[in-house]
Design a protein around this ligand. Structure first.
Ligand code: MV4
Length: 483
């Protein structure tokens, strides 16, 4: 296998910087690309070389012919896609190989397989992975769908076979709602993915969302790096991710890691990937989907295992064997990641853009900040709103929550509105501290937090009016005395 000496980072923001840092420590040259609105990006400044991709800012990180030809021109041996953009595009992975550029990621056939959520289930069921009762073929029409839904028993969930991020997904609680939900799911799937195929499965009420980090080399060494609890989500966007899950029973943990690792071994999986499960209230586990990319939340796993996932990914891509055995992996302490987004929780999480006028970051023992923001940076509206990931670590869960609270209280980003205030509420919440949460946690808590936020604003307003009255009294008293 060719040694990798130069990598084009086909991404932007904090993950681009993360990959550049990994390359630097491996003695590998890094090449950044940037769109017309990303010229001031910190990853552009930190890479060894940087090249503009002119034209539509959104296409800049999606136009894989341009990216591959740029990689060749710049003398890169490999391309790292990061997450999002081209990271799960099988044609891109294929095209890299055809052009003699190493794609740092899984085999194209696995990217393609797991891009189809229904075919994934069929493949995983075949190798003995527990999946939810549901359909193995796309639903042809709503009459057939309604019949199958009745056989499965409501509630069911309709899912887009080529979906993601919750789009093309509808929960159906009764037969009379089926037709309308079927139509809206297929229309949304068609609109966002160009493919309207949907499938149905039994809906699990209030599950926990548990995912297993897999790492595998090209020689059949397939290991897991433990689980992450990603239940705290809002509209299918993860908000907080935790490793390990604070409440999962040890027996369930062992089972879910064993099942995921064995399945990936049986499939001949290579590189990193994340096997996603739902865990119901009886701690039954069900495979739902597999992500064939490094994920936003990989740092919590890195911190509790000490494994640098990005560096190992690069070494795997150049044909190195993994240098550690499963039994050598140690899981120590708890890590919590807070996604810091430039958005306004008081205004339905509407994105907030603008220039950061003051960027005061937390630090100290057990605090990591993966961020592309800095004082003076202008947050652009063209991409997602995440500007930083605050990750904290402590030996025990309570310590991690306390550290999170201390770090969040130190964190100030002025000039834009962020969700730091929401995170500060969550880490003070008794249910969160007790590890009592599942995928419905945040929706349920939002009203409470909003109420508290409104109350605290009202309290502020009361204080202001009290002080104003006091000042006016003093003024009128002075006036009367003077006369
Ligand atoms: C489910 C589910 C319950 N039952 N499937 C799949 C994609 C992922 N982003 C969310 N997924 C879910 N699939 C069955 N059969 C619950 C989720 C789920 C979820 C669903 C609706 C709203 C928010 C959610 C958050 C996490 C998981």
């Amino acid at each position: 296998m060719k040694k990798i000496s130069k990598v084009l980072v086909a991404n932007r923001g904090e993950i681009a910087l993360r990959i550049i840092r990994a390359c630097k420590e491996l003695g590998i040259k890094s090449v950044a690309i940037f769109s017309e609105v990303d010229i001031e990006g910190i990853w552009v400044k930190k890479a060894d070389e940087c090249y503009p991709i002119t034209g539509d800012p959104l296409q800049a990180y999606l136009n894989y012919e341009r990216i591959i030809s740029l990689a060749i021109k710049a003398g890169c041996d490999a391309i790292h896609p990061g997450y999002g953009f081209l990271s799960e595009n099988a044609e891109f992975a294929e095209a890299c190989g055809k052009n003699g550029v190493i794609f740092i990621g899984p085999k194209p056939e696995h990217i393609a397989l797991f891009g189809d959520k229904m075919a994934s289930k069929v493949a995983m069921k075949k190798i003995g992975v527990p999946v939810l009762e549901g359909t193995d073929e796309p639903i042809l029409d709503k009459n057939e769908g309604a019949k199958i839904a009745k056989e499965i028993g409501f509630p069911v969930i309709i899912k887009a076979a080529f979906g993601g991020g919750g789009r093309g997904m509808r929960i159906v609680k009764s037969a009379k709602a089926f037709d309308e939900m079927f139509d809206s799911a297929t229309n949304e799937a068609k609109k966002y993915f160009g493919k309207e195929e949907v499938f149905i499965e039994k809906y699990v009420e209030n599950p926990r969302h548990i995912e297993i980090q897999i790492i595998a080399d090209k020689y059949g060494n397939v290991l897991h790096l433990g689980e992450r609890d990603c239940s705290i989500q809002r509209r299918h966007q993860k908000v907080i991710e935790i490793a390990p899950s604070p409440l999962l029973k040890e027996q369930t943990r062992k089972e879910i890691c064993r099942v995921a690792t064995k399945a990936m071994f049986r499939l001949g999986y290579e590189s990193v990937g994340t096997v996603e499960f739902l865990v119901d209230e009886e701690e039954n586990i069900y495979f739902i989907e597999m992500n064939t990319r490094v994920q936003v939340e990989h740092p919590v796993t890195e911190i509790i295992t000490g494994v640098d996932i990005i560096q190992r990914m690069i070494e795997i891509a150049e044909g190195d064997k993994l240098k550690f055995l499963q039994e050598e992996i140690r899981f120590r302490g708890y890590a919590i990641e807070f996604r810091i987004n430039a958005e306004n929780p008081q205004n339905n999480f509407f994105p907030s853009t603008g220039t950061i006028t003051n960027y005061l970051t937390p630090g100290g023992p057990g605090v990591r900040l993966d961020s592309s923001a800095y004082s003076g940076y202008t947050i652009v509206p063209n991409y997602d709103s995440m500007v930083a990931k605050l990750i904290v670590w402590a030996l025990d869960w309570e310590g991690a929550v306390k550290k999170a609270s201390r770090a969040l209280d130190e964190f100030y980003i002025d000039g834009v509105i962020t969700n730091i205030t929401l995170h500060r509420e969550i880490v003070k919440d008794a249910d969160f501290m007790a590890g009592r949460f599942n995928t419905s946690y945040l929706d349920k808590k939002m009203e409470l937090f909003n109420l508290q936020a409104t109350r605290s604003i009202e309290k502020e307003e009361e204080k202001i009016s009290f002080i104003t009255n006091l000042i006016n009294k003093i003024k009128s008293h002075k006036l009367s005395v003077r006369h």
